[in-house]
Design a protein around this ligand. Structure first.
Ligand code: UDX
Length: 449
């Protein structure tokens, strides 16, 4: 099939390159000329393991990039993978996505009919960006406005040549994790198609057929709004699961118990499962914080304030304070050098968005500490946020002379730290991820153990 992907950020690039790898002809559209050039030169504009290789394999062949929307009418379907930044109340700023949706409509209306369309001249617009279900109404309106009509129906199974009847808006949420997005795409837990139009569903099924044929991933077929809610409920559930584990972990700590021993046992209950039970300094990244805030904001807008989701955020916001509180119990860090080990929001990525390291560093600076941060790959990104703190080339350098070390990301290499811990001025280690294995000869505190 011929596919257009509008937006070459994290999700769009992974999708475009992965669809090319499945055998489709993919045109990636982005307004940023540098991104377009990077893709056409055969490199990925973002860091994601395995992505550079996919782009290099298919660029100039099945994967091309452009700044023009002209490719849209000649493709079978268009994915919208445009950023939706958060407003201060957690709700999403849909301006860029709505503008891209409208431009997609315009491109479909204006362009001469080309090859590659089906006999009915239909086009499927698939929202890949995560938006709250009520926002789909706004996107349908944007599409209709671009098409020059005000009536993009939810289900138009027969075509009379009218632009609105031949264009359908569907959703197809993504569940990719950073650091494993390429392999997650190839081996998903589920694929979710949100459309009520038969022809649109057929088109999505054909698109994913090379993938669904090689995995046993179940396909969930539902309406566009429910598909988006599945995405939000999925992420909110996982984020709340970790917050519940952190809440219980804090209780364990107060009782002098080891939360990991407790969680290992409750994970044996297959209704709970052993995954996502790692308590500590909390969740960060681009998805959980943003998605939980967005679904809370959209729900409040609709008149319901979701108590448990609010609590999940509150627990998460509080975990860095608990970590700092444990440090305060042992040392006064004013004017002292303190090491922060791990700056990325999780291991395996250079992404520092909503990393728990941010509130931890802020808390240390508030205490007057001299902060030295270390991360194997995320230093450059954290430097943009905190240009004035010191960054070490390795963990050993960060620890040398430090009064206290806070572990924020569970990079594997921290498990091997041993003699390096002896070079600290005061070897007080507060571990927010259960990453450190050495205990002897140092003051060691686990956040929930
Ligand atoms: C997540 C979802 O897993 C993915 O399905 C969705 O599409 C995007 O959001 P990602 O943000 O890449 O993916 O990371 P993930 O591995 O899920 O971790 C999220 C955060 O939770 C990290 O900060 C991690 O450190 C934290 N976490 C995870 C815990 O604190 N404890 C755990 O047991 C698991």
């Amino acid at each position: 099939m011929h596919v257009t992907v509008v937006g070459s950020g994290y999700v769009g690039t992974t999708l475009a390159a992965s669809l090319a790898d499945l055998g489709h002809e993919v045109t990636a559209i982005d307004i940023d000329e540098t991104v377009v050039e990077t893709l056409n030169d055969g490199s990925a504009p973002i860091h994601e393991p395995g992505l550079d290789e996919l782009v290099a394999n298919h660029a100039g062949d099945r994967l091309t990039a452009t700044t023009s929307y002209e490719a849209i009418p000649n493709s079978d379907l268009t994915f919208l993978a445009i950023q939706t930044p958060s407003n201060s109340d957690g709700s999403l700023d849909l301006d860029a996505l709505a503008a891209a949706t409208e431009m997609t409509g315009e491109a479909l209306t204006n362009a001469p009919r080309g090859e590659g369309r089906d006999a009915d001249d239909r086009h499927l617009v698939v929202v890949k960006s995560t938006v709250a279900p009520p926002a789909l109404t706004e996107l349908r309106e944007a599409l209709a406005s671009g098409l020059g009509t005000h009536d993009v129906t939810a289900a138009a199974d027969d075509s009379d040549g009218n632009a609105a009847d031949r264009v359908e808006l569907a959703t197809n949420p993504e569940f990719l994790r950073e650091g494993t997005a390429v392999t997650d795409f190839r081996d998903p837990d589920k694929v979710v198609f949100g459309t009520e139009a038969g022809w649109a569903l057929d088109r999505l099924e054909s698109l994913y057929e090379p993938l669904t044929a090689e995995t046993d991933a179940p396909i969930v077929r539902t309406d566009p709004e429910t598909a988006m809610m599945i995405k939000y409920a999925n992420n909110a559930f996982l984020a709340a699961k970790i917050s519940l584990v952190n809440d219980l972990g804090n209780v364990c700590k107060e009782f002098g118990l080891d939360a990991y021993e407790v969680m290992e046992a409750i994970g044996l209950d297959d209704r709970i499962s052993e995954r996502f039970l790692r308590s500590g300094v909390g969740w960060g990244g681009s998805c959980f914080p943003k998605d939980v805030s967005a679904i809370i904001a959209a729900s409040r807008e609709a008149g319901y304030d979701p108590a448990l989701l609010n609590a999940a955020v509150e627990v998460n916001d509080h975990q860095p304070d608990r970590l700092l509180g444990l440090l305060d119990d042992h040392v006064d860090v004013a004017d002292k050098r303190v090491a922060v080990l791990g700056l990325a929001f999780k291991p395996g990525t250079d992404d520092t968005r909503n990393s728990r390291a941010i509130p931890v560093i802020e808390g240390l600076l508030d205490r007057g500490a001299e902060v030295v941060g270390y991360d194997p790959v995320a230093t450059a990104n954290m430097r943009e946020r905190f240009p004035d703190i010191e960054y070490a080339a390795d963990a050993a350098e960060a620890l040398t002379g430090a009064t206290g070390a806070l572990v924020v990301t569970d990079w594997d290499e921290f498990a091997a730290l041993d003699e390096e811990l002896e070079t600290m001025a005061e070897p007080v280690v507060i571990d927010g991820r259960r990453a450190i294995t050495r205990r002897e000869g140092i003051v060691y505190e686990g956040l929930t153990w």
